[in-house]
Design a protein around this ligand. Structure first.
Ligand SMILES: Cc1cc2nc3c(=O)[nH]c(=O)nc-3n(C[C@H](O)[C@H](O)[C@H](O)COP(=O)(O)O)c2cc1C
Length: 265
């Protein structure tokens, strides 16, 4: 795969992965790809935990599922993130950002917009939908043959200081390398973010991973080989659209948007 294709086809994998284990060689390729990333003064502030033990995966999965349920039941998930949700192709074509909910149970489709209102979310939670989605998420994580935790050394990661900012940039680049390498290896990757939204759950995760005091847990991902046939989750989205050149790029000063042009990728 050439670089242009790797960048064009990179995407988030929302569905189940093939249950076969990720080979040790491929796991090492992922970490080596990460460490080729740039970092301030070559400080290499990142650390990674490769999690393939089913018992550890299962503990993380149960934290992931439970936090998903909690966030939906508490209403905070949709209140916090509703602005990113798009419900029609027209809305998508106009905004060109956010995530387009294009897969949802038949019975809910006529009410798609209302479904994400606070009232309806409360009713749905009472009907057990939050538990259902949490359980789906738990299964997705538990069934992922590899989880990857990304950490930063606290020697470098000092929030509020420049080194903290440099570290975060560096880790972002390292993770993008992992992401691109998954494409090369026929794998998929997805952020496991719900535990991060609930501080006690994040602490629990740190205990599971035995994170020492000199490291900061920054992110957790689930990975695996892509199955021959993709099965989409009950509620799913697409986010392959991108803004136009004129919306994101300027020439010389911010006063001059770059004219739109056909894609080069
Ligand atoms: C900081 C950050 C947080 C993200 N959080 C989540 C998440 O919680 N769940 C998820 O499925 N994807 C998450 N993503 C992936 C984005 O949703 C995704 O990159 C975006 O919608 C574009 O889609 P694509 O990756 O398929 O191109 C995150 C990405 C970033 C960079």
């Amino acid at each position: 795969m050439n670089l242009r294709e790797a960048i064009r086809t990179r995407k988030t994998s929302n569905g189940h992965f093939d249950p076969r284990p990720v080979s040790l060689e491929h796991q090492r390729m992922l970490v080596e790809a990460a460490e080729r990333a740039p970092s301030h003064f070559n400080s290499q502030p990142w650390r990674f935990v490769l999690i393939d033990d089913p018992h550890v995966r299962s503990k993380i999965a149960s934290i992931g599922g439970r936090t998903m349920t909690q966030l939906i039941e508490g209403g905070s998930f949709f209140t916090r993130y509703r602005k990113y949700f798009r419900f029609s192709q027209e809305e998508m074509d106009e905004r060109r950002d956010g995530i387009f909910i294009d897969q949802m149970p038949m019975a809910l489709r006529p009410f798609i917009k209302q479904v994400f209102s606070d009232n309806v979310m409360n009713v749905l939670s009472k009907l057990g939908v939050a538990k259902l989605l949490g359980e789906d998420n738990r299964k997705l994580i538990e069934g992922s043959p590899l989880l990857l935790a990304a950490l930063l050394t606290k020697e470098e990661y000092k929030p509020g200081e420049l080194s903290g900012y440099y570290c975060t940039l560096s880790l972002g680049m390292a993770i993008e390398h992992v992401w691109l390498m998954t494409g090369e290896l026929g794998m998929g990757i997805q952020f496991v973010s719900t535990p991060m939204e609930i501080p006690e759950a994040w602490e629990e995760l740190k205990t599971v991973l035995q994170v020492p005091d000199d490291l900061e847990l920054m992110a957790v991902y689930r990975l695996g080989y892509l199955p021959p046939e993709k099965q989409r989750p009950r509620i799913d989205w697409r986010s392959d659209h991108r803004k136009r050149l004129s919306q994101i790029a300027f020439r010389n000063t911010c006063a001059n948007p770059e004219p739109d042009a056909p894609s080069t990728l």
